[in-house]
Design a protein around this ligand. Sequence first.
Ligand code: NAP
Length: 385
Amino acid sequence: MTIGRSREIESVRLKNFSGPGRSKIATSMVHDSIWAVCMREAAWPIIAYLLRPSQVNKRQVGTARYGILCANLDGWLHKLRFDEDVPWRLEFARSARASCDRNRREPALANPGEGRNRPPNDRIVKFSTGSNVMSKKLAEKVAVVTGASKGIGAEIAKHLAAAGASVVVNYASSSEGANRVVNEITESGGKAIAVQADVSQPADIEKLFRETMKAYDRVDILVNNAGIYEFAPIEEVTAEHFHRQFDLNVLGLLLVTQQAIKHFGSAGGNIVNISSVVSTNTPPESSVYSATKAAVDAITRSLAKELGPRKIRVNSVNPGMVETEGTASAGITDSDSDFRKQMEQTTPLGRIGQPNDIAPAVVFLTSSDSDWLTGETLYISGGLR
Ligand code: NAP
């Protein structure tokens, strides 16, 4: 389904809908209710028209995700399942503004309707129009996020899904963490799958994209987040210490990118590399890790030039110290850690970061809001450089 221009959809029979599918949207009208069924994420508000001329009543009924929605003319929106064999008609208009406050659940319908019009008592969500627009900047996009079972990657996956993207939650070994992220996304009405793949291994990278194509049949966004950090004084630097970090943080990132761009369509694509403030801040005992992130910055700038003509944008986000499972297990974000204290003292905004300080910037960089931006390194570090 193309978004942008309003269009009418041909009639289908609702009973034909058996599960989530692409471009399947239906409504039916039952007396004073407009029933809308949207079988995929729709980032655009729905405008429904009653069919009978005497009842022509253009009405904004909601910003649908997927599932089945019913709007009574009183403006209450109900999520429910039903199975009726009725004609329908629906138009979409991107210009319409809608918002849906999912946090406000109401105990009962204001005007529930009678008899067969009454929807089952399921989730009831107050629907309103006007400000507080629910933005779906990444509707219809498919995003692959490497290393998304925890930490910064998990938060990025959730933000991309909340912005409308279908997300591939990649992980190396934490299937439990990846499934938790997927469940959180799907329970909020988003789309996600978990795919195990060690992205320092070429065969696994191919598997990652095979599974992605099998599930979603396209790729639009790649977030190269998977990375490890190890600190060691120069006397303790070994070939293993070097290769562990370079094989994932640099070579893995290049090989994943190489696969991803094969699947980007003619409209191009978007790559965000998760670099680090250490690429230029270069703290002591981080010679190898800092070098991997300096390489990521150089790769970002080089690929932006190389891939720009193919409408592929490449940017990096460079976080300061962020509290994650990884930094917690390394002991560097403990409240009594000297490293953390030193970071807090040297950070203009006086604190370390949280994953949700980082994720919104990735939505920005992968959305059309940043359409003329490529090759940038965006520091999100509380002002630390
Ligand atoms: P984290 O909490 O340790 O999480 C790392 C994620 O990467 C996990 O999902 C992990 O999956 C995955 N991963 C590790 N090795 C992988 C591999 N070979 N293949 C696929 N996935 C792999 O890390 P984080 O702190 O969120 O850091 C994420 C990124 O941000 C890294 O690139 C890091 O360099 C960068 N960064 C972090 C900070 C910070 O302070 N946290 C600051 C600047 C930049 P499994 O759990 O399955 O292993």
